[in-house]
Design a protein around this ligand. Structure first.
Ligand code: FES
Length: 107
């Protein structure tokens, strides 16, 4: 297996309603996980990108949250439409999507 150039972690954590930390699940992360996996398959970029649904990665109330390595770029409040921009501009174009980055005081 080739080492991926970009590794995307998409929070898939679901906590029960009323949990004090909230969760990306409550913000609709299942749709974001599905869209990343769908686009990953559609683009056939298996030798460049790896997509991993994951557990909590930090600021739960600001989700859905996505973290891209090796740069350590954190995207918060990601929508389904944002996934295309992250794929095109960052994962395949190597330019982080500045307008979607989490605020500096958050990450
Ligand atoms: S639940 Fe997604 S970052 Fe914590």
């Amino acid at each position: 297996m080739a080492r991926p150039q970009k590794h995307v972690f998409v929070c898939a954590t679901q906590r029960p309603p009323g949990h004090p930390r909230g969760s990306c699940g409550q913000k609709g992360c299942a749709e974001i996980v599905d869209e990343f996996l769908f686009q990953f398959q559609q683009r056939q970029c298996f030798d460049k990108v790896m997509v991993t649904p994951c557990g909590c990665i930090g600021p739960c109330g600001q989700g859905p949250n996505v973290l891209v390595y090796p740069e350590g770029v954190f995207y918060s409040a990601v929508s389904k439409e944002d996934v295309t921009a992250i794929f095109d501009e960052h994962l395949l174009g190597d330019q982080p999507v500045e307008r979607l980055r989490a605020p500096a005081d958050m990450w």
